[in-house]
Write a protein that binds this ligand. Structure first.
Ligand SMILES: Nc1ncnc2c1ncn2[C@@H]1O[C@H](COP(=O)(O)OP(=O)(O)OP(=O)(O)O)[C@@H](O)[C@H]1O
Ligand SMILES: [Mg+2]
Length: 1078
């Protein structure tokens, strides 16, 4: 829904001066200042827009703003130039009314900017499309071109328009732009030759020199240095904030967009260059014979270059600067020009060249932007004319007079149209018209333009009059003719009123313009009005080969020599202003009145006096009065009802009937006095702003209540929505939670059920199992019991058939069988006592028996073996046994003796005849006869001896003879000593004191040592009457040799000693036997 807003919303001061209370100049200015301070530069007087120049860029011209104001009613938003542009454009498009936008204000007030804003707004809101966009672009781009050639820096404005401009923009029935026509008014051409202090020539000169490429400058024969040109003022050549070089590029670009050919641009620049060159031409006097001074060109270089640029023959131009041809009554006369005249001619040429170039530019632009279609156009005219100009310091001259005249005309049309519009509205709305008092400046216009005695007419008259014509004669004329006029003032006036007025010099006249009094100095009026260019010069120009010159100086065509004087400048201007006024009168006017806040061209400064002056001469307060004369405020019924309907219960919130009735009900209900308003056809007219403000006040209060109500309802709605949302959420949450809880509970129950179920099933199964097992056991028990019972029965039955100890028998039998098998197994063992083999035990229980059996068997086997022995063999074994007892593990010789049978008689003594004698000498049976070695104590060597043993003694006899050497009874034998080693040495030790002892002990060696010693020992053990013979086994023992005891020591010898042991005497007491190592 679109929100209806109003100008009255958030107003700073009052947005529409019509609502100002109280209305006077001070409050008016206060309001302007207040708004200006708050960046509100636009204020309305009804439909007129007052625009204050902010002198800085404000963010109020953005595309968003354009959109904001687009298609909105004029009073709907805060005042803006866009609102006016929109209103104008819409009434042009929708109501088919041609529009004109009249922008007025003094120099620097922002007219040109305002015109551009209007154009850009219209361009933004009108139709789009390739063709339309091109047209728009061309229309917009005509501005930079015209500004470059027609604007200049002045004291009041850095970009002051030095020409008047009226532009008709043409639209088709849809409101799309088709093209345009530009009219220009009176370029201030005097600026070309001379600029007041602190001001500049037209921008294009500076732009060309700063921005053109070096190439271009060479082609144009120009130098970048401004100081080289007489026509360029130097003191303000560079203007702050103006980039001439960049502007030049913009201008060239704009010319291209507008449709200038490259050659045309070049021609234009050549003319600009020519003007600069022209300014540099200087003259010197040359005396002629007849006493007249004749001028000559001083330095012909500039003249030459200028002629080259324009394609003029140098001599022709040179002559034109020295002579002047005067034609009178078909007669031609040539007069010389003095230096002053030459300079006048030069400047006139420069001014004309430039101003005609400017007009040509306008024509050329018009050609480009001309609407193509021949259909009827709707037109929006934008008038940006130079503002009312009063110079306090400088003299106001012809130009100011013309400008101010133009402004008078505009003011007049303004008043006329405003009043007319007001009146028309009252008629349209059927409201009674009350006459309004206002100042009508028609009388001033009449003073200037009256065809008979107007100032312009008189100036023309003076200019055309034969005879000496000067500015003074013109002033005289004015003094006589206009003396009575109430707006004309002059010192030389017959009217005594000004005779003593020293502020009014003699060479001046003063006009009371609608905007104030202006003092004009008459000097130059005639000349400027004449605007003469010597024919010689125009003809010289016409002859130029430059492409534009013929168009610019058509009067120079010799074929069309016209002796009639060209129309004066004043006349031309009056005519064109007349056309303009007529044009404007046919259109619906829209006013923008620009106001300059200060003289310093800076932001934020509001000079009351300056603004007051402008407000006065623009007649703004007057304007408000006119507007308020009848009714101050008017508004369509619909808007009024929409805005104030909340003030009455009957109209709030909706009024069902017609809006007019609604407003009537509303105003009656609000007790507004009836004289305060009038009902028009479509609008309500409110007489006093106070009434409106009261309504506004009540509305504001009401809005607060409404806001509270809306707030209340909104809050209620919001809380309720919130609550409902919470409730809904809570239900959702609860549902989810319940579901979750139930799910959980169900899961628990389910798993519990499963557990219980499984337990019960298990329990049941176990019960069944138990039952089954029990049954099975029962069955088994039954079987067992039955078996036992059957057994018992059977046994009971068959007992009589078995012996009571059958079991034992069986047992015994079994054991017997086992034993039988066991014993049979033992059968494999041999009878050899040497056999150690014995079968493994078959049963654990036989372990003891098994070992015992083995022992017993062995013993038995040995016994068996022994039982086979003969007596002799038995004796031999006994001896062997005894030898074992004596020597086993004691003497190393023993093992080798085990296998040797004890033969006893090795000498076969009984058989050998050799020993017959000896044998016979033996009293007892010889138990042993052997050959031994008797060891000699002296050297240890042995000598063989026969050794014989009987039960009672032993005998040593010579080996050869058999002669007994010694016979020793065994009781004399104390002990026998042998070594532990494998030798055969032994010592027979005799008891001390015995008979045999005298000869000493015997140290012998025998191969059968073991047998000999065993037998000796056996005799000792068997003989009951004797002591047992000691057998001493050690490797060192003593032997008694007669008196001495000799030690016999056995040592292990090396193998070199041979197989037998060798005895060596070591000393008297030691015999050493070395025994070969085994
Ligand atoms: N609406 C605006 N916003 C910002 N700056 C502005 C505005 N209007 C004017 N100006 C500034 O003021 C300067 C003068 O404005 P402008 O040239 O429009 O004045 P003018 O009324 O056309 O004067 P003249 O009669 O000398 O041509 C501009 O160059 C610009 O700097
Ligand atoms: Mg301007």
């Amino acid at each position: 829904m679109e929100v209806k807003t109003s100008l009255l919303d958030n107003m700073i001061g009052v947005g529409d001066m019509v609502l100002l209370e109280p209305l006077n100049e001070d409050s008016f200015i206060m309001n302007l200042r207040n708004r200006f301070d708050h960046n509100e530069i636009y204020t309305y007087i009804g439909s007129v827009v007052i625009s204050m120049n902010p002198y800085r860029s404000l963010p109020i011209y953005t595309p968003q703003k354009v959109e904001e104001y687009r298609n909105r009613n004029f009073y709907e938003l805060s005042p803006h130039i866009y609102a006016l542009a929109d209103e104008a454009y819409r009434s042009l498009r929708d109501q088919d009314k041609d529009q004109c936008i009249l922008i007025t204000g003094e120099s620097g007030a922002g007219k040109t900017e305002a015109s551009k804003l209007v154009m850009s707004y219209v361009a933004a809101v009108c139709g789009k499309g390739q063709e339309v966009n091109k047209v728009k672009e061309q229309l917009l781009q005509s501005n930079p071109v015209l500004e470059a050639f027609g604007n200049a820096k002045t004291m009041r404005n850095d970009n002051s328009s030095r020409f008047g401009k009226y532009m008709d923009i043409e639209f088709d029935f849809k409101g799309d732009p088709l093209g345009g026509v530009i009219s220009n008014y009176l370029l201030e051409k005097s600026r070309v030759c001379k600029q007041p202090r602190g001001e500049r020539n037209f921008h294009i000169f500076y732009q060309l020199l700063s921005g053109a490429s070096d190439d271009t400058l060479v082609k144009l024969k120009l130098d970048r240095d401004f100081s080289k040109y007489n026509y360029l003022s130097l003191d303000s050549a560079n203007v702050n904030g103006l980039d001439d070089a960049a502007s030049f590029r913009t201008v060239r670009n704009a010319m291209q967009i507008v449709g200038f050919m490259e050659a045309e641009v070049q021609s234009v620049l050549e003319l600009v260059a020519a003007v600069l060159k022209l300014g540099n031409i200087e003259f010197k006097p040359e005396s002629r014979v007849n006493g007249f001074d004749e001028s000559r060109v001083k330095d012909k270089n500039d003249l030459k270059e200028m002629c080259e640029l324009l394609g003029i023959e140098q001599s022709v131009l040179e002559r034109a600067f020295s002579y002047r041809t005067v034609e009178a009554k078909m007669e031609k006369m040539s007069t010389t020009l003095n230096v002053a005249q030459a300079y006048y001619a030069r400047d006139a040429l420069a001014k004309n060249l430039y101003s005609r170039l400017f007009s040509w530019l306008v024509t050329r632009i018009n050609e480009s932007i001309k609407a193509q279609a021949k259909t009827r156009h709707k037109v929006m005219g934008v008038l940006d004319i130079y503002g009312f100009e009063i110079f306090e310091v400088r003299d106001n001259s012809f130009e100011q007079f013309i400008i101010n005249y133009c402004n008078e005309k505009l003011q007049q049309i303004f008043i006329e149209l405003t009043l007319r519009e007001e009146q028309e509205e009252y008629i349209r709305e059927d409201i009674e018209w009350t006459n309004i008092e206002y100042f009508n400046n028609a009388v001033i216009c009449d003073l200037i333009e009256n065809n008979q005695n107007g100032i312009l007419a008189m100036l023309d008259e003076e200019c055309l009059r034969p005879g000496t014509v000067t500015d003074d004669t013109f002033l005289d004329k004015l003094n006589t003719i206009c003396a009575e006029h109430q707006h004309f003032e002059s010192r030389l006036n017959k009217n005594s009123k000004f005779l003593t007025d020293h502020s009014l010099p003699h060479s001046c006249f003063r006009i009371q313009h609608y905007a104030g009094k202006v003092l004009y100095r008459v000097e130059g009026f005639v000349d400027k009005n004449n605007d003469l260019l010597y024919r010689d010069l125009s003809q010289a120009m016409y002859k130029a080969t430059h492409s534009l010159m013929r168009q610019l100086f058509p009067e120079g065509n010799p074929a069309k020599v016209n002796l009639k004087r060209p129309p004066t400048a004043g006349f031309q201007f009056k005519a064109s202003v007349g056309v303009l006024m007529k044009n404007l009168q046919t259109k619906n006017p829209n006013y923008i009145r620009c106001i300059k806040p200060n003289d310093k061209k800076v932001a934020h400064i509001f000079t009351d006096s300056l603004v007051c002056h402008q407000v006065r001469y623009l007649g703004l307060v007057e304007n408000v009065r006119v507007r308020r004369a009848g009714y101050a405020f008017r508004q369509p019924y619909e808007s009024c009802l929409e805005r104030y309907k909340m003030l009455c219960k009957k109209t709030w919130p909706h009024w069902r009937g017609p809006a007019r009735d609604g407003v009537e009900v509303l105003l009656t209900d609000c007790s507004v006095p009836t004289e305060e308003f009038a009902y028009g056809r479509s609008k309500i007219f409110i007489r006093n702003p106070r009434t409106l403000f009261t309504l506004e006040e009540r509305r504001r209060a009401c809005l607060e209540d409404l806001a509270t109500l809306i707030q209340k309802i909104y809050r209620g709605w919001k809380s309720r929505t919130h609550f409902l949302l919470l409730k809904k959420s809570q239900v959702v949450v609860a549902a989810w939670y319940r579901r979750y809880a139930q799910q959980n509970k169900y899961q628990k129950i389910k798993s519990a059920t499963l557990v219980m179920q499984s337990f019960i099933r298990g329990w049941k199964a176990r019960n069944i199992l138990r039952q089954l097992k029990y049954e099975k056991r029962c069955k088994e028990a039954v079987t067992t019991i039955a078996a036992y019972w059957h057994g018992t029965q059977v046994r009971r039955e068959y007992r009589k058939f078995f012996r009571a100890n059958a079991g034992k028998k069986i047992y015994d039998f079994t054991i017997q069988r086992i034993m039988q098998k066991y014993f049979l197994g033992l059968k494999t063992t041999t009878m050899s006592p040497m056999d150690n083999s014995w079968p493994a035990k078959p049963y654990g229980f036989l372990e003891g028996a098994h070992t015992q059996l083995r022992r017993i068997f062995h013993l038995w086997r040995c016994k068996k073996y022994r039982g086979q022995f003969t007596e002799e063999k038995k004796a031999v074994y006994e001896e062997k046994l005894e030898a074992s007892e004596i020597f086993k593990d004691k003497k190393a010789l023993y093992p080798s003796s085990v296998s040797q049978p004890f033969k006893g008689d090795y000498l076969e003594i009984q058989k050998n005849p050799k020993y017959q004698k000896l044998n016979s000498a033996m009293e007892e049976k010889v138990l042993l006869a052997d050959l031994v070695n008797k060891i000699n104590r002296a050297n240890g060597k042995g000598s063989p001896r026969l050794f014989l043993l009987t039960k009672s003694n032993f005998v040593l006899a010579d080996q050869k003879t058999g002669q007994v050497k010694a016979s020793v009874p065994l009781p004399d034998l104390a002990s026998v000593s042998v070594s532990t080693q494998s030798d055969g040495f032994f010592a027979l030790k005799l008891k001390e004191g015995s008979a045999s002892a005298s000869k000493g002990d015997f140290l012998l060696s025998s191969e059968h040592l073991i047998e000999i010693i065993t037998k000796l020992h056996r005799i000792g053990t068997t003989a009951a009457d004797r002591d047992q013979i000691n057998i001493d086994i050690s490797d060192e023992f003593l032997v008694q040799f007669k008196q001495d005891k000799v030690c016999v020591k056995f040592i292990q010898g090396g193998p070199k000693n041979g197989n037998s042991a060798a005895c060596k005497r070591k000393n008297n007491r030691l015999l050493e036997v070395s025994v070969p190592s085994p």
